[in-house]
Design a protein around this ligand. Structure first.
Ligand code: T5A
Length: 211
């Protein structure tokens, strides 16, 4: 099972992933948590370039770097782990590219979608949690630390990213669970826990009764 978390910077993904991964381990599940960009030696190098390099990147070179990091992670880690039956929890996946490079950087959406398809080679999340917060909360939560390159992209960029996420969630209501990220950590985790419980039960039913 592949579970992904999405939302703007500071929306609380890492916090919820920590809680979910601990719970999964507690109930005896084999679970792997990964982040994008990152998760392999090569992808971590790309992450460093994307978030910290002093070079100016064009939107297109940024897009291709995210996709390169993704394809490395998918082929080397995500696919083999899913094949073994491991529950993979990903902090960001291709919806981030649609929201940030498509809606945010204004790269043609059909081009972004095609690039995503190449990078994921058929690997799709079973469920995606979109933690929806307004920009003010994102800024409040990050005001104690230094911002990376993408976080310095400005208000109008982030307003477009937020709208992009809302649109993506509207287009795929079966896969994407939108959650008000301004709720408390505990309230958010309750919603996530219930949804994952349902998914696990359905998966077990499928194993018992494949038809
Ligand atoms: N990117 C990424 C693209 O542009 N395109 C892509 O294709 C991909 C994959 C990655 C950057 O790259 C961009 C998006 C990003 O800008 P990153 O390191 O993954 O950067 O950074 P973020 O995703 O921004 O991660 P953050 O760590 O900043 O945010 P999280 O993980 O969403 O938030 P979290 O859990 O660390 O929480 C932030 C703070 O808020 C508190 C936490 O305690 C913490 O202090 N918090 C709450 N406070 C109150 N109520 C709650 N419910 C809270 N939940 C958490």
């Amino acid at each position: 099972m592949l579970i992904t978390f999405e939302g703007i910077d500071g929306c609380g993904k890492t916090t919820q992933i920590g809680l979910l991964s601990a719970l999964m381990k507690e109930i005896g599940k084999d679970v792997l948590t990964l982040r994008e960009p990152g998760g392999t030696e090569f992808s971590e190098k790309i992450r460093d370039l994307l978030l910290h390099s002093k070079d100016r990147l064009t939107p297109q070179s940024e897009l291709f770097l995210f996709e390169s990091a993704r394809t490395d992670l998918v082929e080397k880690v995500v696919k083999p782990s899913l094949e073994k039956g491991t529950i993979v929890i990903l902090d960001r996946f291709y919806d981030s590219t649609t929201a940030y490079q498509g809606y945010g950087r204004l790269i043609d959406l059909s081009f972004v979608k095609a690039s995503n398809e190449i990078a994921i080679s058929g690997v799709k999340p079973d469920v995606t949690f979109f933690l929806d917060i307004p920009l003010e909360i994102s800024y409040e939560r990050s005001n104690h630390r230094e911002l990376d390159k993408i976080e310095k992209s400005g208000d109008s960029f982030f307003h477009r990213v937020i709208e992009g996420y809302k649109q993506i969630a509207k287009e795929e209501p079966e896969r994407i669970v939108s959650i008000d990220g301004a709720k408390t950590k505990e309230e958010i985790f309750e919603i996530i826990k219930e949804k994952v419980k349902c998914k696990l039960q359905n998966e077990e039913l499928k194993i018992i009764n494949p038809n």
